[in-house]
Design a protein around this ligand. Structure first.
Ligand code: HGY
Ligand code: MN
Ligand code: MN
Length: 416
């Protein structure tokens, strides 16, 4: 630990409060990617980066990259960051803690006159949360060349293509498909994030050192029946898409509960569903829903849904109800780099902060950055483990602990 490189916890907290306030007023806390509100948040962040003496740029994927030049600028930069977009009605810390702690680390280096050898980048990745286009981690996926032309054609309910939305955010969508950066382009990537679970709080530990990050498969499922009058259509003549959707959702839950008893980590959720015609007196004709399966075991992840789909189709054969499914995205389980994990743990130890090595059940941009550079993550606890809801909460001290460990980790990585 450098004699006196301490971060300014109050300055970080003021930034967190200021950015959190840039939210849809009617539904705090909401700053959805690709919206005007999001652009407002980015403009605020860009201004703060400039005040900290950083240069900023948007890459072709629409990622906002702040940069502080090091004393040996020919070295591949160190990078940190996360995302400032939220889920609808989300929290005030998911994502923005990682971006603003990176910014605070830059200011602290400046304040103490420490000049890193490596240039340091603080990245706000475009649209980490599952977006209206059906895809998450859009900016980090694109950076490593995993945003396919088919994905660029995904549309949000209003019909806008992701291709056009990325242009609206300042990206250059025609340049995507190829990686924007090659392996080795960064020396290392470290992301600070709230845990979004209860483990650290229950163990009363201040820092989590992430060992691995779950893979996530998301499927778009379409169930098609027939709209009919809800009063005059006898039960044996119905083709009720929503009733079948309910049955499939229950089957998914029961199978995930069964498999979660095993050694590997596995969860499955249907959290987004639209019904049409969505009228109380009409039999549902069409249900579209998104299933996401997460596991740290690639085989379990791959093998979870196809057998359930096949069995459902067998049961519905001849009923006049169709079930179609397409894969929206497939992210593999990711191991964090041993050397980055070691530096995070050493940094925390040097600060007298206890650590726990733990997996991440949440997905993060770090999954894609691990394709470019040695990558690690550190967690701080959040109240009751709650996240993706307005009750998400951390203390000033937890924010400062995470930021201090992040800054010290970056300083140590710079010395390697
Ligand atoms: O959904 C996730 O795992 C992350 O919080 N976006
Ligand atoms: Mn999230
Ligand atoms: Mn997040």
């Amino acid at each position: 630990m450098h004699d006196n490189m301490t971060i300014d916890g109050e300055r970080l907290w003021q930034d967190l409060e200021a950015l959190a306030q840039i939210t849809d007023r009617e539904r705090p806390w909401t700053r959805r990617a690709f919206t005007q509100r999001y652009l407002e948040g980015r403009a605020w962040l860009r201004h703060r980066m400039h005040e900290a003496g950083m240069t900023t740029r948007l890459d072709d994927a629409g990622n906002l990259i702040g940069s502080l030049t090091g004393s040996e600028p020919s070295l591949p930069p160190l990078a940190t960051g996360s995302h400032i977009d939220t889920v609808p009605g989300g929290g005030r810390y998911d994502g923005i803690l990682g971006v603003l702690a990176g910014l605070e680390a830059v200011r602290s280096l400046q304040d103490t006159g420490i000049r890193l050898r490596h240039s340091l980048e603080v990245i706000d990745f475009l649209s980490e949360e599952p977006s209206e286009y059906g895809l998450s981690c859009i900016g980090s996926r694109a950076m490593v060349g995993k945003l396919s032309p088919a994905m660029l054609d995904f549309q949000e309910p209003g019909g806008e293509r992701l291709f056009d939305a990325i242009r609206r955010m300042g990206g250059v969508p025609e340049a995507l498909g190829e990686p924007l950066r090659q392996p080795g382009a960064l020396s290392a990537f470290v992301e600070l994030h709230i845990e979004q679970g209860r483990v650290l709080e229950s163990r009363q530990l201040p820092i989590g050192v992430v060992s691995d990050i779950v893979g996530i498969h998301r499927y778009d499922i379409l169930i098609t029946g027939q709209a009919d009058h809800a009063g005059t259509t006898p039960m044996d003549l119905r083709r009720d898409a929503l009733a079948e959707a309910g049955g499939l959702i229950k089957t998914i839950q029961q199978e995930a509960q069964r498999q979660a008893q095993g050694d590997a980590y596995l969860v499955a959720t249907v959290g987004r569903l639209t019904v049409s015609p969505n009228a109380s007196n009409a039999i549902p004709e069409r249900v579209e829903m998104v299933l996401e399966v997460r596991s740290n075991d690639a085989a379990l992840l791959e093998g979870f849904f196809p057998p359930l789909l096949e069995e459902t189709r067998r049961q519905l054969a001849g009923s006049g109800i169709e079930v179609a499914a397409k894969s929206l995205s497939e992210g593999l389980p990711t191991q964090c780099a041993d050397e980055v994990q070691a530096q995070i743990a050493a940094a925390a130890d040097s600060l007298g902060l206890g650590t726990l090595s733990m997996p991440s059940g949440a997905g993060h941009d770090a999954v894609y950055m691990a394709m470019l550079a040695p990558t690690g993550m550190l967690f701080v606890p959040c109240l009751d483990g709650r996240s993706h809801c307005p009750e998400e909460s951390i203390t000033r001290q937890q924010a400062a602990n995470g930021c201090q460990v992040l800054a010290e980790t970056l300083r140590r990585l710079d010395q390697l």
